[in-house]
Design a binder for this molecule. Structure first.
Ligand code: FES
Ligand code: FES
Length: 911
């Protein structure tokens, strides 16, 4: 029996003293506010206080806490109330997805117990052991520095929700430990599923008999193999289902699932890999694009004998004509690495059979696509699948593909028992999608005035073993190849190429961040060749309303790049002059300033992209927004309510929210491509307007009428007239029993691209310009980003706090992409060897929100998720070049690569 104090209560526990404290807290004591992101001391998500000091609960054994005091997130507030620290997190928007938030709060709490007024450096030091992949840390640091007993701002007045800095509508569970992520809720009689995965990137295999294994491990209930999967192929595109749920005799990447063990958790976890009867026949693996394209290279998929999954093209004018007229030309060649999403929540969830239906509770970005894919795999009608999304602890595109859903669904279906699964950190990293490594060559030319004439790009993307979102990347990149500039002659080609790497999928930008590195390097080179300022060169060439894009689309409105650049002018000039003065002092530390611009088409490329929303009022007068748009931390739950509230004319406080559940919401499409604010925001607005119209009609009142919700009634007022609608007299309809329902739909107007890539791929585009100040140690090769100023045209900031949070988080991921993130299968499959930015890596950030209203957007809004990341790496690389003259041809710009580039430059200079 082990006795300790837990959140002020004495606990006696009869459990093995060697067990991890995190495990005991979560599994034995149901305190799931303590999160587990790695189980290895790397992420800090499990941070709790032990006698007031922060510790990683995954590294502390139960025996170590005997006689001591443990504080978890559930015990942080006084008597169940919010502490001032928690209030401050809520007020500042410091929690996005919320998976790191308990750990952050406890790390901050331990500091504040010792030091009531810490400096920024002390805060950053205290938070240094907790990773956050969403926020870029800035709002967390601000929140810790501003701990006062100040409640969140008052809710906005009716009609003023859009544009208000409303605290997260669904924020309280994130700061109290009450949020339920995929691993946090499951039926008591759940079995445990563990996938067995390939240690080889390419191999044949045969399975032996499992009888002996089952005899040795009586708790093993089921071994699931390919033979148990009715339709053993899934994929994003209806015509490309090339990825098996469980491999059949052949694996194409390291980490591919070959079978699943299901049963009692201890039994399943106690089975050693070498007990499993698999005979492997490893084969030579194709790791790189060159090898995949080499003559005679074996084909990964019979349907693609040359290993080219798909080609993309945009052709406008005649590039040779443009290049022939050039006053200056520039060319570049860059390569990028695999990049891991590194969301702090590994994939987790459970499935259960309910009669002839299956219910899946799991983290996802796309409940309706999951429903249809699981139905396809199980050969069931989609109506027999219910997806209930858990809170999603980060996604960034990585939770758009199926992961554990078909495995737990198949097992639960077969056994008629609930089955749960939580990926380990290495399993999550090994098996799920990555950002495509790219190999890009590009050339651009301008005339004697610096106006762009021609742009050519060849971009190859390593799509790994399966298609996933490879076609999306191949189609999106040529459209965006030129960057946000006016170019009369364009030729942009792309290919997605199969290799034996992990499947490359969607990751915040769909290939555009890689392409931006190339086009921004060219802009710097051309500006230099023309003796022009880099910012002014971009301003001269910026796409504006009225201009035509490379696909022949005329931008009719909302193209705010020039305004973003104008907003950067002053900090840019100041930084250039500061850097010049600092560098004159000499020494190994050199400073530089770089600039990066981007544009990003909001939503699917030339494909239908609809969203639908519903809002209802119950007999009792309860107002509910049923939103199928999954909030993965970016804040769509909050802004959907803000938009719907203003459209309807009721306060945000009157709303409750149902999200994601495919039985209770309409299909709002996936959370990706920065589309929810624009597409689902329009649907939420239309739903609110629909319900408002019905109420006005019933009361025979005009547009200006005010609406109030009362107990069982709606009251309408206009010019001294009052009218009550008695809800109790109306008949409930539909599964939710609402008496009045408004529905809204939106599908952005786009057209298909023709064979030369001409058409209208997107209804609107986000624009941005960021500048970075970077210090490079020319002896060590290390780069430190000191400051970023980010100007983003978002159309309309529905919630400025959330827009800033997205920009901060995007900058953090862009910084990681530029300087440190490099996933190598078999080498960096954990958060110790795979580096993502910590709080100490983050620069000072100034955000400038530009609102060039989009007439098609809800209240003018476009989107910010992906635009936030794209310009960061080009700006940082431009700053390194400005500081040192070194060109970085391969990302990330690790110290070794920077030193190599410096050396190459030196050799060149001495030639
Ligand atoms: S779960 Fe303990 S440090 Fe990551
Ligand atoms: S809010 Fe920190 S990981 Fe999502």
């Amino acid at each position: 029996m082990i006795r300790f104090a837990l959140n002020g209560r004495s606990i006696d526990l009869d459990a093995a003293p060697g067990r991890r404290l995190s495990d005991v807290l979560r599994e034995d004591l149901a305190l799931t506010g303590t999160k587990v992101g790695c189980n290895a001391g790397d992420c800090g998500a499990c941070t709790v206080l032990l006698d007031g000091e922060q510790v990683c609960a995954c590294l502390v054994s139960l025996g170590q806490v005997e006689g001591r005091e443990v504080t978890t997130i559930e015990g942080l507030g006084p008597d169940g109330d919010l502490s001032d620290l928690q209030q401050s997190f809520h007020r500042h928007g410091a929690a996005q997805c919320g998976i790191c938030t308990p750990g952050m709060l406890l790390a901050a709490a331990s500091l504040l117990r010792r030091n009531h007024r810490p400096s920024q450096a002390e805060v950053e030091d205290a938070l240094g052991g907790v990773l956050c992949r969403c926020t870029g840390y800035r709002k967390i640091v601000e929140a810790v520095l501003d701990v006062t007993p100040t409640p969140a701002a008052k809710p906005p007045r009716v009609g003023s929700a859009v544009g208000a800095r409303l605290a997260k509508f669904d924020g309280l569970p994130k700061i109290t430990g009450g949020e339920r992520f995929g691993a946090d809720a499951f039926p008591a009689d759940c079995l445990w599923l563990r996938a067995i995965r390939s240690p080889h990137a390419s191999a044949g295999f045969t399975l032996g008999s499992f009888k002996a294994l089952k005899r040795r491990h009586p708790g093993l209930t089921l071994v699931l193999t390919a033979a148990d999967v009715p339709n053993n192929g899934f994929g994003i595109y209806p015509d490309i289902k090339d990825q098996p749920v469980l491999a059949q005799g052949l694996v194409r990447y390291r980490g591919e699932a070959v079978l699943a063990l299901v049963g009692d958790r201890a039994a399943v976890e106690g089975i050693a890999e070498d007990e499993i009867p698999i005979k492997w026949e490893p084969r030579p693996a194709i790791a790189e694009i060159e090898a995949a394209l080499a003559p005679g290279a074996p084909a990964l998929h019979a349907a693609h004998p040359d290993n080219v999954l798909i080609r993309g093209l945009v052709k406008k004018g005649a590039v040779e004509t443009g290049f022939a007229q050039a006053a200056a030309r520039a060319s570049t060649a860059i390569e990028t690495s695999w990049v891991e999403h590194a969301y702090i929540e590994p994939e987790a969830g459970y499935a259960r059979r309910v009669g002839e239906r299956i219910e899946i509770f799991a983290c996802t970005q796309t409940p309706y696509m999951d429903r249809d894919e699981v139905a396809h795999v199980m050969r069931l009608d989609p109506a027999r699948i219910r997806i209930v999304p858990s809170a999603c602890g980060g996604g960034f595109g990585g939770k758009l593909d199926l992961s554990l859903q078909p495995l737990i669904a198949l097992a639960a279906w077969k056994l008629d028992r609930p089955v749960r699964c939580t990926y380990s950190r290495p399993e999550s990293m090994r098996s799920t999608t990555k950002r495509h490594p790219a190999r890009i060559r590009a050339e651009a030319a301008c005339d004697k005035d610096g106006r762009l004439l021609a742009f050519e790009m060849e971009a190859d993307f390593n799509t790994g073993a399966y298609a996933s979102w490879g076609p999306t990347v191949a189609n999106r990149v040529p459209v965006h190849a030129t960057g946000p500039y006016r170019v009369p002659h364009v030729l942009a080609r792309s290919r997605a190429i199969y290799t034996n790497g992990p499947p490359a999928g969607a990751f915040r930008g769909f290939g555009v961040p890689q392409a931006a590195v190339a086009h921004e390097a060219l802009m710097d080179d051309l500006a230099e060749a023309m003796g022009m300022d880099r910012l002014e060169f971009r301003h001269l060439n910026a796409l504006r309303a009225g201009d035509e894009t490379a696909t022949g689309q005329r931008l009719t409105a909302s193209a705010g790049l020039a305004r973003c650049l104008e907003a950067l002018r002053r900090p840019w000039r100041r930084a250039l002059s500061d850097v010049h003065a600092i560098n004159r002092t000499g020494g190994a530390l050199k400073r530089g300033v770089g600039i990066g611009c981007m544009w990003y088409g909001i939503g699917n490329t030339s494909l239908p992209n609809p969203s639908a929303m519903r809002v209802g009022i119950s007999r009792e007068g309860k107002l509910t927004l049923y939103s199928g748009a999954v909030d993965i931390g970016q804040g769509s739950n909050t802004i959907m309510v803000q938009i719907c509230a203003d459209a309807l004319g009721l306060p945000v406080g009157a709303f409750s929210l149902v999200t994601g559940d495919t039985d209770r919401t309409l299909d709002a499409g996936k959370t990706s491509a920065s589309r929810q604010a624009f597409v689902s925001g329009n649907a939420a607005k239309a739903a609110g307007e629909d319900l408002r119209r019905q109420l006005l009609r019933m009361a025979n009142m005009g547009e200006a009428a005010r609406i109030e919700l009362g107990d069982g009634r709606v009251l309408l007022k206009e010019s001294g007239r009052r009218k009550a609608i008695e809800l109790t007299k109306l008949e409930p309809a539909g599964a939710e029993g609402d008496v009045l329902t408004g529905e809204g739909r939106f599908d952005p107007p786009t057209t298909a691209l023709d064979k030369e890539g001409q058409g209208i791929p997107y209804a609107t585009y986000g624009f941005a310009a960021q500048m970075a100040e970077v210090e490079v140690d020319c002896e060590l090769g290390s780069s430190k980003v000191l400051r970023i100023v980010a100007a983003h045209d978002v159309g309309k900031a529905i919630n400025p706090t959330q827009v800033e949070g997205q920009i901060h988080g995007g900058i953090a991921q862009g910084l990681g992409f530029a300087l440190m993130e490099d996933y190598v299968p078999g080498v960096s499959e954990n958060l110790h060897d795979y580096l993502i930015p910590t709080v100490g890596d983050m620069p000072e950030i100034e955000v400038i929100i530009v609102e060039d209203a989009e007439p098609l957007g809800p209240y003018g809004a476009k989107g910010i998720g992906e635009p936030a990341l794209i310009p960061t790496a080009p700006a940082i690389l431009g700053a390194i070049r400005h500081a040192t003259g070194a060109r970085i041809a391969r990302l990330p710009a690790t110290p070794e690569r920077v030193l190599a580039a410096l050396m190459a430059k030196g050799e060149k200079q001495t030639e």
